[in-house]
Every structure is written in C-alpha cells, then in structure tokens.
Design a protein around this ligand. Structure first.
Ligand SMILES: *Cc1c(COP(=O)(O)O)cnc(C)c1O
Length: 569
C-alpha cells in the first residue's frame, strides 16, 4: 500500500526527470552546485507551471560535504549528514538491482515540492541504507560524487536502473524520461531490456519489448559538459563486472563507445531529443559529437527562489502574476528608481550582516560590492580578479571597492583547493586597502544572499569551458548586473552597458582578460556607480528587463515541454 501522499501523483502519466543531484532546499545537502540547483529549479518551475513531472535522484545521506577553511586557507571536508526521515516520507516499495553478482536492495523517500501558486511535484530519493544490504552496500547512496569509479558506477546503476524499476514498483506511468547529464544514462539500458510493464497495479500485466528506436522515442538527454574529458567514462572491465546480467557487451560497446563506456555517448545514442544548455554549448557539443543533432535550451533560474524578499514585494505590487509569467518583468521600467533602490539597499544590508557574522569582516554600506561565488576549479579562474594586486589597489584608491567570495572545491580537485588557498593569501595581502571576505561553506542560502546583496556579479571562466553558468541569472532577478567573460549564457545575456559588461570578445586572448576586467571596472563600471546613480539604475533595470525576463526556469521548462516532451522523435 502506498501512502496517500503518493496517490495523487499516480493518477496520470508523468515525465520522469533523472538527476544525480537535486537541490530540494538549502538544508538538504543532496546537491554539489550548479547542476543540482538547476535540477531543483526545474522541479520548482514544473510545480509552478503544473507540469506532470516526477524527479528521481539519490538520497545522498552524507551529502556532498560541508566546507571548513583553516587559518591557512586550506579546505577541510566534513560529511554533511542529513536524515531523510525528518524531511521526507518513506515509501513502501523495495526493489533490487544486480551489481557485481549480488542483489542491492533499494527503497525510496518521497519529497514533495509544493508551489505557492498551484502545483506540486514528487521527487523520489533512492536509498540503499537497508537491513537487506550488507554493510558496504548500505553506503552506496551516501556520498554525492564521492569514492572511486566503481562507487560512481554503482551509484549510476542504482539511479538509472534502480530508478526505472522503482517508478514501476510504485505504480508510476512514465511517458518520457529526461536525463539530466550522462549520469542517468543507464536508465536507457533498463528500458532496453525486455520488461513486463504493469499498466495499472492489480490489472493484467502486458509484456513490451523495447528496441532502440522505442527507447529513443522515450528519452530526452540534456548534456552539461563542454569538454571531452569531462564526460563520465568507465572501463568495460569494471562495467562488465558491475553490470553483470547485462550480457550484451557487443551492443553496449556499439552504443557507449569502443574504448570506454562513455555515459554521454550512451545517452546520445538512446535519446531521440538531445540538447545543450546554452547556444554556444550546443555548438560545442555538435563539434564534440559530430553526426548528432544537438538542440539548445538555455538554462534559467527559478523566479521566486532567487528573488530576495524586497524585490518580491516590488514585483508583487507591480506585476502580480510574475511568478507564473516572469516575462512581465520586461516592464520593469514602469517601476520608480527609488523603489528599486530601496529593495537593493535591504539586500545589501542582509549580505553585510551575514558577512559580519560569518567572518567578522565589516563591509561598508556605501561601497561598491563585487561578488564571485561558484565551484572553485581551474577553468573558472577565481584568481583572475587578483592577477595584479597593485592595479587593484590603485583602482580601489580612487573608487572604493569591496569583495565577497565563496565556493567549494571538489575533494579530489587539487588545483581548485590550491586556488582557495591563493585567494585567502590575496585577501590578506589586500588588507587594509580593500575589504574582502571569503565565506566558507557555500550553499543555496548563501548564494541567495550574495546574488542579491552584490552591486555586480563577477564571472571569469576560460572559454569555452562554461557550458552555461546560472548564478548571473539569479543575480538578474535582483537587479544585479554581471561583469563576465563572454562564455556560456552570457554570450546571449550580455548587452554591453545595458544588462552588464562583457570581459573581452572572441578575438581577445584569454591572457588579456585580467587587464580588460581592470579597465572595465576603472573606466566604466565604478565611475557609473559612483558618478551617475540614475545611469546605474538603468543597468539594474536592464538586467531585470532582459535577463530575468528571459533566463528563468519557466521559459526553460516551457521549451522542454514543447520541444523535448511533446516532440515525437
Ligand atoms: C547557482 C549555484 C551554483 C552555480 O553557479 P554557476 O555560476 O553556474 O557556476 C553553485 N552553487 C550554488 C550553491 C548555487 O546556488
């Protein structure tokens, strides 16, 4: 018997959205960064728009990790434990998947995302912490992106194959499967097998033979990785051993690649609809995978989630249905500057208080605040802003400037961790000329404070490595313009001097980006902020008018609905 909470979700067919990570809420550590937040925003938009989705992910009982930073700027990782029983409802079904010759039992938890304007979306959190499993298997769904290749592949078997079986066992009828990144590609294998599909629990079972074409008709795949090396790959030796019963290795090689089992390739070959997450990323993906038709659906951020309370009130007053139709923010010019600036001042104050509580750094109320926060890793170049400390000091001596930074490095990313240390050294070097803080343990709540409390949002990736980037979209909802290298979404979102500023162009060498950034700050951004407040407000409004109205997850989900879900491959 299913709990009543599940019944309402079983009445009509649904689209199953599979993702290794889904950011349900800030206090539930089932996400590491942009991919998980996007998955969460996808679910939240589906709830707002009453689209019939069901999310499938892992319980990640030990989370990604909690970040501590010691006095030398070194990252220390702690498990981020949470108890699903406190936030989700246990579901009765248990199923097993075959891994390395044994059965691994899986149960699931129901977490319901409820929209304040209408619908709700069920998310299933798969969990192997069951008495039926041996001690080691109980930890399969513990650590997000933890462990070695075998641990990862086992998690992907649980997510992909286990997820498909769990949906069936619970009585879901699934019309489409949406793979958020290649991690979920094994779900296509589960569909490929000859399976018994129970139309409705209790009624007669109907046998269906899925072939490749049928599976392609059922699957949509969103790739998020702009470089070949970033795609999830496993050796066939490991794959054959762990997958066990999947005997048809010849077919697997044909679909997943000759050398390695490449999860993106597997997903590409078994999905009738494929897309990248920004126009340039789709182009990049076509070059990487010639012969595949890769569409572009640019990412978006969830309107309500990423809008600070002061801005929510402004939007509620002027555009009462903005949470359903964020395009109406295109009319932001009808709002008085003073009203918008008051909302911004509240958001700045909230960030100032938070920074003071966390790091004892005192930000000034009247000083331009530049924020940078995201995963700390080489290609994001978080040190670009500090490439010439003397120049930065000279700029700040004329136009005062303060900086807030945050971000975690993956535990295995040596370069990313080194960058965190370097940033701490730069921050120390700049005192007392330039107030700056590094906030430890970046998460959604902190992101929300930062994207609203900043005066400008900085992004400095090395092109073409930023598939999309989403934090600048969140900033736009709060009237915060971006200063960013033209890569990912910003190629589409940047109107120079109108929505923010681009750093360089396709012709400029990446090595010149530091100088260009300093020039922009010194000659355009800071003089505008301090010298022409109404000119500055125009840019704030430009960010809202163009970027919040466009780069929201409602537009994204309406695109997925028409192009990926209704489309027949
Ligand atoms: C939005 C977000 C990210 C992703 O930021 P990008 O700019 O896309 O790299 C990462 N972590 C958290 C907590 C976020 O909210």
């Amino acid at each position: 018997m299913n709990p009543a909470a599940l019944d309402e979700f079983l009445r009509a067919p649904r689209i199953a959205y599979f993702s290794m990570e889904i950011a349900l809420e800030s206090g539930i550590p089932t996400y590491s960064g942009g991919l998980g937040v996007l998955a969460g925003d996808t679910m939240r938009s589906a709830a707002d728009l009453e689209l019939p989705l069901v999310g499938v992910t892992l319980a990640s009982r030990a989370g990604y990790f909690r970040q501590e930073i010691d006095s030398a700027g070194r990252q220390i990782e702690h498990p981020s434990l949470w108890n699903p029983a406190e936030r989700a409802v246990p579901l009765p079904a248990k199923i097993a998947v075959h891994v390395d010759g044994r059965d691994v039992w899986i149960a699931s938890w129901l977490y319901v995302i409820t929209s304040h304007i209408g619908g709700s979306i069920p998310v299933l959190l798969l969990d192997t912490d069951l008495a039926e499993n041996d001690a080691e298997d109980r930890h399969i769904t513990d650590v997000l992106y933890g462990g070695d290749a075998e641990y990862r592949l086992t998690q992907e078997i649980v997510l992909g194959i286990g997820g498909v079986r769990m949906l069936r066992a619970l009585g879901f009828r699934i019309e489409r499967y949406h793979l958020n990144e290649g991690h979920a590609a094994l779900l296509c294998l589960a569909l490929l097998r000859r399976t018994r599909w129970t139309e409705r629990p209790g009624e007669h079972a109907q046998a269906l033979l899925y072939n490749v074409d049928e599976v392609r008709g059922l699957c949509a795949f969103t790739t998020h990785t702009p470089v070949e090396a970033g795609h999830d790959k496993f050796s066939y030796e490991v794959a054959e051993r762990l997958l066990g019963r999947w005997k048809d290795m010849a077919l697997l090689r044909e679909l997943g690649g000759e050398q390695h089992l490449n999860m993106s390739l597997l997903a590409l070959n078994l999905s009738g609809y494929v897309n990248g997450v920004a126009r340039s990323h789709a182009e990049q993906s076509r070059l990487m995978f010639p012969g595949y038709r890769v569409h572009a659906v640019s990412n978006g951020a969830h309107p309500l989630t990423w809008t600070a309370s002061g801005f929510r009130e402004v939007y509620d007053r002027h555009f009462p249905h903005w949470c359903h139709e964020p395009e109406v923010l295109g009319h932001i010019d009808t709002v008085e500057n003073a009203e918008l600036w008051a909302a911004h001042a509240v958001a700045r104050g909230a960030l100032r208080d938070f920074v003071h509580n966390r790091c004892k750094v005192l930000l000034s109320d009247n000083v331009f605040t530049l924020c940078f926060a995201r995963r700390m890793t080489g290609y994001k170049r978080p040190d670009l802003l500090f490439s010439d400390l003397d120049r930065l000091r000279r700029i700040a001596a004329v136009h005062p400037l303060q900086i807030v930074i945050a971000g975690k490095a993956h535990p295995h990313d040596v370069e990313g961790k080194r960058l965190i240390e370097i940033l701490h050294r730069h921050i120390a070097d700049l005192q007392p000329d330039l107030p700056a803080a590094y906030l430890p343990d970046y998460d959604m709540d902190m992101a929300k404070l930062m994207v609203a409390g900043a005066d400008a949002w900085l992004n400095t990736p090395l092109p073409p490595l930023e598939a999309s980037g989403t934090s600048g979209m969140k900033a736009a909802f709060n009237g915060v313009p971006s200063i960013s290298v033209l890569d990912g979404w910003w190629i589409e979102g940047c109107i120079e001097g109108v929505t923010g500023w681009g750093i360089g162009s396709a012709q400029d060498a990446a090595s010149s980006h530091g100088t260009i950034l300093y020039d922009k700050l010194e000659r355009q951004v800071l003089p505008l902020f301090y010298g022409d407040r109404s000119g500055w407000m125009k840019v704030m409004k430009g960010a809202i008018r163009h970027n919040a109205a466009m780069f929201n997850s409602h537009r994204m989900m309406r695109r997925y609905a028409t192009d990926a879900y209704l489309h027949r491959a």
